[in-house]
Design a binder for this molecule. Structure first.
Ligand SMILES: C[S@@+](CC[C@H](N)C(=O)[O-])C[C@H]1O[C@@H](n2cnc3c(N)ncnc32)[C@H](O)[C@@H]1O
Length: 261
């Protein structure tokens, strides 16, 4: 069993997922928490396909700039295409634990659903702290996968699917320790908001609806379950959806903090 690979196939899937209603809502919440202003220099750690990069370029205007970095070259290809034509953006292929940027060179940093995949979270937080100027603001967003509430008829199979899905990342419940880790990393004014993403509809626009196919594929290919087991679970969810009995909820957490002035 292994962590999700952010390769070309997943990039294509995320391109679709990140244009859906719930992910748009998430980006609005992140942007509000970040509070980017014209002229800001912004760092996006784990920028993925670059949706935040392009939206933040608009917020900072020509006087500002955005740097996106990601460990996946496939993600960066897509992000760079998305930002084509902008001269105030740079991309780096890099690990969150070793940022190729100078000290104190950013006003704000954003890191959305990335640290849950990073082995050494304290080092990644330390790097964002180093990259921010004194008084600079960070927004870190992660999911506590233990908060998933998923209606099922075969509850035992669903428990096994969720246990297998937990292997797709390094820290399934990272938000539980993030406030303390941010404070230990030298940040102050650490705040947390919890946001429920819940739906009774199996539709792609709902976070839970879009997860069914992704989870089915992961648990069969990398999560240690058989294709038949994964399909049986997903078919049951699709049946519940057809009958109007689908239910999914998860809590996602938005942390904000500042580097001491
Ligand atoms: C779930 S995606 C989120 C993408 C983007 N932040 C967003 O919300 O639109 C996670 C991203 O983190 C990147 N990632 C995972 N581990 C990383 C690491 N150690 N350093 C940098 N990026 C990493 C992946 O390549 C992927 O693009």
């Amino acid at each position: 069993m292994s962590q999700l690979e952010f390769d070309r196939r997943l990039v294509e899937r995320l391109e679709t997922l990140y244009a859906t209603r719930d992910v748009l809502r998430r980006r609005e919440l992140v942007r509000a928490a970040l509070g980017a202003r014209p002229g800001d220099r912004i760092l996006d750690v784990g920028c993925g396909p670059g949706f935040y990069v392009i939206e933040l370029l608009e917020a900072v205007g020509r006087e500002g700039s955005v740097v996106g970095l990601d460990i996946s070259a496939d993600m960066l290809d897509v992000a760079a295409k998305r930002a084509e034509g902008h001269s105030n953006v740079k991309f780096h292929e890099a690990d969150a634990t070793s940022l190729p940027v100078p000290d104190a060179s950013f006003d704000r940093a954003v890191c959305v659903q990335v640290l849950e995949y990073v082995g050494d979270v304290p080092t990644a937080l330390g790097e964002m702290h180093r990259a921010l100027r004194p008084g600079g603001r960070v927004v870190v967003w992660d999911v506590d996968w233990a908060t998933v509430s998923w209606h099922a008829i075969d509850r035992q199979l669903t428990r096994r699917v969720l246990a297998a899905w937990d292997k797709h990342l390094t820290h399934p419940s990272l938000p539980r320790t993030l406030a303390a880790q941010l404070r230990n990393g030298g940040f102050e004014d650490v705040q947390m908001d919890a946001h429920a993403f819940a739906t009774t509809q199996l539709i792609p626009d709902a976070y839970g609806g879009s997860l069914v196919a992704l989870v089915e594929q992961y648990v069969a290919e990398q999560g240690g379950m058989t294709r038949q087991e994964a399909k049986a679970w997903a078919d049951e969810q699709r049946e519940l959806g057809d009958r109007g009995e689908f239910f999914f909820a998860v809590t996602q957490f938005c942390f904000t903090a500042t580097r001491r002035s």
